[in-house]
Design a binder for this molecule. Structure first.
Ligand code: ADP
Ligand code: ADP
Ligand code: ADP
Length: 214
């Protein structure tokens, strides 16, 4: 299965992707995670991406599309994937279609996570990420670790993302509305979109998502 996950920052894409990828036995490909891994490794790609991420802007397409394509090639797109955070604008959506088409492939579905803006802001404000494994995602109130600052799953250090500050979040939400939301209509025209509410417990949302993808 080849699936794209869309939704505003803080909707729960990374959290759901970890469970969905496991249930569906497909690799989880997160461009945000890839950028953060490049930044922590100090690669040239990471250095390029960092200034845009800090500002809450999209990293330029020429950097992003190549990185996403490399990762899909590595995963072998024919075997399926769950894309989280890519595509994020129309140019990226068109590039993805072209990449898949070149191999005679297409997307099976686009899962759109719907969450009111006030909830998204609360989710981002309390988000804590694990340094060792980006699929270990916590929240100071909604999903607190047993020991403050320590990942329950692997003992890694928990940290707050630099771009989760209030000011940057506002910018990221604007970018979502202006640049990312149009891809939902693009995919609706292809009959690919299923929209679900991402409110409620994590496991309830996963169940809803699995039912929607059947
Ligand atoms: P969130 O999960 O909160 O939406 P991500 O981890 O997906 O955030 O992305 C963090 C940042 O990485 C974005 O604000 C953007 O700067 C950059 N980024 C991630 N994916 C893309 C993409 N497909 N195109 C451009 N920039 C991206
Ligand atoms: P796997 O063994 O699951 O194929 P690897 O640990 O070999 O994954 O990772 C290969 C590359 O893919 C690394 O550069 C890693 O940062 C990246 N990667 C792994 N998991 C993800 C993910 N969920 N999203 C984005 N990139 C990932
Ligand atoms: P995204 O990848 O869309 O930016 P995340 O998966 O990182 O979103 O989730 C953002 C924050 O919200 C994290 O702190 C996460 O623990 C929390 N979260 C995710 N799903 C839920 C949920 N169903 N209910 C409450 N909090 C959630």
């Amino acid at each position: 299965m080849r699936i794209v996950l869309v939704g505003p920052p803080g909707a729960g894409k990374g959290t759901q992707a970890a469970y969905l990828a496991k249930n569906l036995a497909i690799p989880h490909i997160s461009t945000g995670d890839l950028f953060r891994a490049n930044i922590s490794q100090g690669t040239p790609l990471g250095q390029k991406a960092q200034e845009y991420m800090r500002a809450g802007q999209l990293v330029p397409d020429e950097v992003t599309i190549g990185m996403a394509k490399d990762r899909m090639d590595q995963a072998d797109a024919a075997g399926g994937f769950l894309l989280d955070g890519f595509p994020r604008n129309l140019a990226q959506a068109e590039a993805l279609d072209a990449i898949l088409k070149a191999d005679g492939l297409k997307l099976d579905g686009v899962l759109d996570l719907e969450v009111p803006e006030d909830e998204v802001v609360k989710r981002i404000a309390g988000r804590r990420m694990c340094r060792k494994d980006s699929s270990h995602i916590f929240h100071v109130i909604y999903n607190p670790p047993k020991t403050e600052g320590v990942c329950d799953a692997c003992g890694g250090e928990l940290y707050q993302r630099e771009d989760d500050s209030e000011e940057t979040v506002r910018r990221r939400l604007e970018v979502y509305h202006s640049e990312t939301e149009p891809i939902i209509d693009y995919y609706k025209a292809q009959g690919l979109v299923v929209t679900i509410s991402a409110l409620g417990k994590v496991a309830e949302v996963t169940e809803r998502a699995m039912a929607a993808l059947e």
